[in-house]
Design a protein around this ligand. Structure first.
Ligand SMILES: [Fe+2]
Length: 193
């Protein structure tokens, strides 16, 4: 059997232009087709990786964090350097991650798009999908903590720029040496007052 591969995600939106601009700035996606009803974007050779449907009857979901459905989408950089260069580029235009986690298998930064969807930008800590998959399947660390360890990207970036290797930084992050202050809280959304 030949398995199909994941090709694209498609989101509904009430702010099409803002979403196009944001995904362009954050992920380098450009519009392959634009219509009154939506847009189709890609940052590689696929005809589209992201669809944005702007049907006029769509409305914002103010409680999406508490509802079933898509939690986040993830895009992967080929290197630690690529992820952190993108972090610095975005920071300089005022776009910063909501939270950052070393999952053991990836170093990941999570950004909220204009519709409050979470977008994970990551790098594989093993540089090899086979190795990271094996680690996920067999590691006691992942068994004990599948969420990972929070980190503050700014000091990690400056330490990386000062010459520390990506593998040493991953080890230091995973040992909780770059915890953000305050620590983000992952829990149920606050109830409305
Ligand atoms: Fe993820």
């Amino acid at each position: 059997m030949s398995n199909p591969i994941l090709h694209h995600v498609n989101l509904t939106t009430t702010r099409l232009k803002e979403m196009i601009d944001w995904y362009g700035a954050v992920t380098g996606m450009t519009v392959c087709h634009l219509a009154p009803v939506g847009a189709w974007l890609s940052n590689d050779s696929a005809n589209h990786r992201l669809g944005l449907l702007a049907f006029p009857w769509v409305s914002d979901d103010k409680a999406k964090e508490a509802h079933t459905g898509l939690h986040h989408i993830a895009l992967e950089f080929g290197s630690f350097q690529g992820l952190f260069a993108n972090y610095a580029r975005l920071r300089d235009i005022g776009v910063t991650p909501t939270l950052s986690l070393d999952h053991g298998l990836t170093t990941s930064m999570y950004y909220h798009d204009p519709d409050s969807n979470l977008v994970e930008l990551q790098v594989d800590n093993f540089g090899d999908w086979g190795k990271s998959k094996h680690w996920m399947q067999t590691s006691p660390e992942f068994e004990a903590n599948p969420i990972g360890v929070f980190f503050d990207p700014e000091p990690v970036n400056s330490t990386f720029l000062s010459g520390q290797s990506a593998s040493d930084l991953h080890a230091a992050i995973f040992a909780s040496r770059f915890l953000p202050d305050p620590l983000p809280v992952i829990g149920p959304p606050a109830s409305p007052a």
